[in-house]
Design a protein around this ligand. Structure first.
Ligand code: DC
Length: 229
């Protein structure tokens, strides 16, 4: 890894595997830009939802793309905020309906093509850590470091369930598990850029790891890729 050039780190994996926590922490330690690409797909999904488009109507979603202007900025705590046609939709894109819409619209080749250059542009400005589903396979096939983060569906559903409980929100474990499995099915079976581990990605199964163990593991992988170990 030649650190005089911008560096790209790709972190992919299924939903709820904890990619963003890890990616954000490493980005902050390295002073790299962190980009959560799921939030970008969610912003398109939110547009469809707010404008009463049927997400399964591919032609209608594609026809709306020219009306969608997405900006991404970071607040004082470094958290990524999503701006859709001038409106901050950061919180709205996390609603459960938007997760479902995002799974559907992100399978459309036209939507993926629309976002591809936008994602690559971030790396033209400097070093970046990006998380998503196809960063190591499609967006940055030449990334200096590729990590594939995974955990069993049951563990991911349990984490999501505990998160909701902690916030005092409703949700049954069985329903969440079904939802996790359904999103995995859609993400891995689409024809364009399906979720899969890039051949040269290093896998992290964090099913039985604490956050600090994962952080340590990732820092070690970065040092190795940088030639420091
Ligand atoms: O990571 P997330 O749950 O916020 O992602 C939302 C949806 O977007 C999810 O269904 C997968 C999809 N996605 C994608 O297809 N490609 C990416 N690079 C990132 C997310």
């Amino acid at each position: 890894m030649n650190e005089t050039h911008p560096i790209s780190i790709a972190i992919d994996g299924p939903s709820g595997a904890g990619k963003s926590t890890l990616a954000r922490q490493l980005a902050s330690a390295l002073h790299f830009l962190y980009v959560d690409t799921g939030a970008i797909y969610r912003t398109i999904a939110y547009y469809a939802y707010a404008n009463h488009l049927d997400p399964s109507d591919e032609a209608a979603v594609l026809a709306a793309l020219p009306d969608i202007r997405i900006e991404l900025c970071h607040d004082t705590e470094g958290l990524q905020r999503m701006i859709l046609n001038g409106e901050d939709v950061t919180d709205a894109i996390r609603l459960p309906q938007i997760s479902q819409y995002a799974s559907v619209v992100s399978a459309y080749p036209g939507v993926r093509a629309f976002l591809l250059e936008m994602q690559r542009d971030f790396a033209r400005k400097g070093s970046v850590i990006m998380d998503g589903r196809d960063i190591g396979t499609t967006v940055f096939p030449d990334a200096e470091l590729k990590i594939f983060v995974t955990a069993s569906p049951e563990i991911r559903a349990r984490r999501r369930y505990d998160e909701l409980q902690a916030k005092g929100e409703e949700g049954s474990y069985e329903e969440i598990l079904e939802n996790v499995k359904e999103r995995d099915r859609i993400d891995t079976s689409r024809t364009v850029s399906p979720l899969r581990k890039a051949d040269d990605a290093i896998e992290l199964d964090n099913s039985h790891m604490t956050i600090s163990e994962q952080k340590e593991w990732l820092a070690t992988q970065f040092r190795k890729a940088a030639g420091a170990e």
